[in-house]
Design a protein around this ligand. Structure first.
Ligand SMILES: Cc1ncc(C[n+]2csc(CCOP(=O)(O)OP(=O)(O)O)c2C)c(N)n1
Length: 348
């Protein structure tokens, strides 16, 4: 999608263009539940932030849920995910329990990073969730390293089992950074099992994407390095899943990296400290009309995949999990001052 000044261009590829007939109803419902989990979790974070329960910057993912669920729900537990500071929902999709995530955001000892990381540094070794990085682009070389490790253990150390796949998420603004280009080069050179997922939400804080980059179609930049690049409607979970499936198979079979540019939009400001005054109401409304959660719900009802009653049950199950996560975080202890220096080195 080429975006020019003062023009709102929306994604064209959508559920209607994709053959979804072969996707199991249970999978579609699990995608719906995962997206709802992300949406409700982030809404609760906003409430807790404004009540003073969280500190520092908190970047929410509302509007982008189809990208996380569409890609991560196809991965094996042993595959790796690398995120950015907008990391809560990627961690949830990878299987981190909401209570350990909420607790982390509250700075509690029971948090998945022992309360030492906070919102921008979500990490879970158990889930091969590699972070959470405050600096943009930092996760890209980490993901390439993880993919190199998967290839090395499989092909040099001859370890049995499937080749591990690493997925690296980052934003459109980040693709103007050097690490992006260096890592595309290395990943093709070494044929690494890595997938770069650019979440093009059209803005880098207050900088519109088309004003910051020489070629707004990021997916085309992949071709220069010799890896496939594909653009997809990032507001459509089934469309995302369809392109992610091809990229994951390619990586798993040892055929090398891919780049997916998911066209999406964040429904809130850059962070909860951002008054969000730079984006026009007209632009926001145009994207909100494509809400990925509502879109999938409509698809489920229109195609008789599930009843409204069952969807309501899913919604209340998700809400209960989120409420439980707040109770857990509130009742968890603060880290002890005696442990100030713990977890700095590997022996901890
Ligand atoms: C190396 C570095 N430079 C600058 C910043 C300040 N910064 C924080 S977020 C951001 C914009 C990133 O936009 P994008 O990659 O599109 O991700 P989004 O926030 O839209 O998800 C910038 C420049 C930073 N965090 N790290």
């Amino acid at each position: 999608m080429c975006k020019t000044k003062n023009q709102i261009n929306l994604p064209v590829m959508s559920i209607q263009d994709i053959d979804c007939g072969n996707i199991d109803a249970d999978i579609i419902l699990s995608l719906y539940e995962d997206m709802l989990l992300g949406r409700y979790f982030e809404d609760m974070c906003a409430q807790m932030y404004y009540r003073g329960r969280m500190f520092g910057f908190v970047h929410l993912y509302n509007g982008q849920e189809a990208v996380s669920s569409g890609v991560i729900k196809l991965l094996n537990p042993s595959d790796y995910v690398c995120s950015t500071y907008r990391d809560h929902v990627h961690a949830l999709s990878k299987g981190v329990e909401p209570k350990y995530l909420m607790s982390e955001l509250f700075g509690k000892e029971t948090g998945c990073s022992k309360g030492r990381g906070g919102s921008m540094h979500i990490f879970s070794a158990q889930h091969n969730f590699l972070g959470g990085f405050a600096f943009i682009g930092e996760g890209i070389p980490v993901a390439v390293g993880a993919a190199f490790q998967s290839m090395y253990t499989k092909h040099i150390l001859n370890q049995d089992g499937l080749l591990g796949v690493t997925v690296c998420f980052f934003g459109d603004g980040t693709t103007n950074n050097g690490q992006f280009f260096e890592c595309l080069n290395m990943s093709v050179l070494w044929k690494l099992p890595v997938i770069f997922v650019v979440e093009n939400n059209q803005w880098a804080i207050g900088m519109a994407h088309h004003r910051a980059t020489s070629l707004p179609e990021i997916y085309k930049k992949a071709q220069v390095f010799g890896l496939p690049g594909i653009e997809v409607d990032g507001m459509d979970v089934l469309a995302v899943r369809s392109v992610a499936s091809v990229a994951i198979d390619r990586a798993r079979l040892g055929h090398g990296p891919s780049l997916i540019e998911a066209l999406t939009y964040r429904f809130r400001g850059h962070s909860l400290a951002d008054p969000d005054e730079l984006r026009s109401r007209q632009e926001k409304n145009a994207w909100i009309a494509r809400d990925p959660v509502k879109k999938l719900k409509k698809y489920i009802i229109d195609h008789n995949i599930s009843s409204s009653k069952n969807l309501t049950l899913i919604e209340s199950r998700v809400k209960n999990r989120i409420n439980d996560s707040v109770d857990f975080a509130l009742s968890s202890p603060e880290p002890s001052i005696n442990d100030l220096k713990r977890y700095l080195f590997v022996e901890d």
